[in-house]
Design a protein around this ligand. Structure first.
Ligand SMILES: Nc1ncnc2c1ncn2[C@@H]1O[C@H](COP(=O)(O)OP(=O)(O)OP(=O)(O)O)[C@@H](O)[C@H]1O
Length: 377
């Protein structure tokens, strides 16, 4: 399988007749929007489904199954192991967050699953179908929106884009008109349905990009930073729609994002990668309850500058704020550190005026698990 950097453009021409309801614009005559840092990817042309292949036997429970996948770039001393023997199953209808520091291997893993990078070892099955054996059938219900330089067709209207992308997914756009109406309504794009994409705001273009990914009835979608650049309202709308599609239509979503709030809100399960490996794989709740990371804020008139600097030598994370009398300190530490802090304050005869603990969030868990990561190897 080959990389497919321009698959949308190169494969668009055979769909021209079907995508448009008579509008004059052609997807082939327009460069694709490039200013918003988003790329919409599709499986390679040779892997598109024939209509008959959609009915191939599929595994209904596991949408994506990765076994022993490894990818190394370069050779010798400068070689980088981007993905290191990763195995993971992703259940149908689940929303899985893929997190990791820069260089952890997230993009390489996703591109390997999508056939854009050829792994050195391992296998990928989509809905039970091995990618190498039957790529067309495996990819028949997969779509992706990856970070990059390409996007929808800017001269086409919003609805024309949806029809176009449905067509190149192998779907008759007239048969999914209801789905398009619902996507436009859910994403607050109804009023813009007949507006060319180039005339939309950045956030709206992003919503069109997501709608285009979902326009053909994809059952498994990979979304890289889907809420990047969206205002709060749009981001929430999009999160709600992803949840609805997963719950009501069994859409499987693999979502890569640096926005921990989005991942915490929308994902059933979180995979955290570091140095090419999956180092955590659990529900958000389980990750939060397993963490031994506490943030405590203590205010006291007895905490003077000398004590603050002594404590800082032990607790690197300590932040201090001078008060009218004394200080307020904030420390992030584990249980042992917490006991030690309280002991030190007691030894220094500090009377605690106010103690407040802050519940850890996903970001705390992420930092705890990946703090040793150096970003690749
Ligand atoms: N085409 C390539 N050639 C050489 N090295 C590569 C290539 N693609 C990725 N790498 C290296 O592989 C490692 C993993 O990169 P990858 O892009 O998969 O990480 P990532 O988790 O997606 O990072 P980010 O969050 O920064 O996007 C990094 O060390 C990166 O430099």
């Amino acid at each position: 399988m080959t990389a497919r950097e321009n698959s949308v453009t190169t494969n668009g021409t055979d769909a021209v007749a079907a995508f448009s309801e008579g509008a004059g614009a052609s997807p082939g005559d327009d460069a694709v929007g490039t200013d918003r840092g988003f790329e919409r990817e599709r499986p390679p042309a040779e892997t598109r489904p024939d209509s008959g292949e959609r009915s191939a036997t599929v595994d209904r429970d596991i949408a994506v199954s990765v076994t022993g996948l490894s990818k190394r770039f370069g050779a010798g001393e400068t070689a980088v192991t981007a993905v290191d023997d990763v195995s993971v199953d992703i259940e149908t209808g689940s929303i899985v967050g893929l997190l990791g520091p820069n260089g952890a291997g997230k993009t390489t893993l996703i591109k390997s699953i999508l056939g854009m990078v050829v792994p050195d070892a391992g296998s990928v099955r989509i809905r039970g179908i091995d990618l190498r054996e039957r790529p067309r059938a495996a990819y028949s219900a997969v779509d992706a929106m990856l970070e990059g330089a390409r996007n929808d067709y800017w001269r086409l209207t919003v609805r024309e884009n949806l029809r176009y992308f449905a067509t190149i997914s192998g779907v008759d756009p007239n048969s999914v008109r209801d789905r398009h109406d619902r996507l436009l309504a859910q994403l607050d794009l109804e009023a813009k349905a007949d507006v060319p994409v180039r005339d939309l705001s950045r956030g709206m273009k992003q919503k069109v990009s997501l709608a285009s990914v979902l326009a053909g009835g994809a059952e498994v979608v990979f979304l890289d930073e889907p809420t990047l650049g969206l205002d709060i309202e749009s981001s929430r709308t999009l999160q709600r729609e992803l949840r609805r599609l997963a719950a009501e239509e069994d859409l499987t979503v693999v979502l890569s994002s640096h926005d921990m709030d989005v991942v915490e809100t929308v994902c059933d399960r979180v995979l955290i990668m570091s140095d090419g490996e999956i180092i955590a794989d659990d529900t958000v709740d389980a990750l939060l309850s397993d963490t031994d990371r506490h943030c405590v804020r203590i205010t006291s008139a007895d905490i003077d500058a000398a004590l603050v600097s002594r404590l800082r030598r032990r607790f690197e994370s300590l932040e201090a704020e001078r008060r009218d009398a004394g200080h307020r300190i904030e420390v992030v530490t584990d249980s042992d550190g917490l006991y030690e802090l309280l002991e030190r304050l007691r030894d220094a005869d500090v009377t605690l005026e106010r103690v407040r603990t802050v519940e850890p969030d996903l970001e705390d868990v992420f930092v705890e698990l990946t703090s040793g990561d150096r970003g690749g190897r």
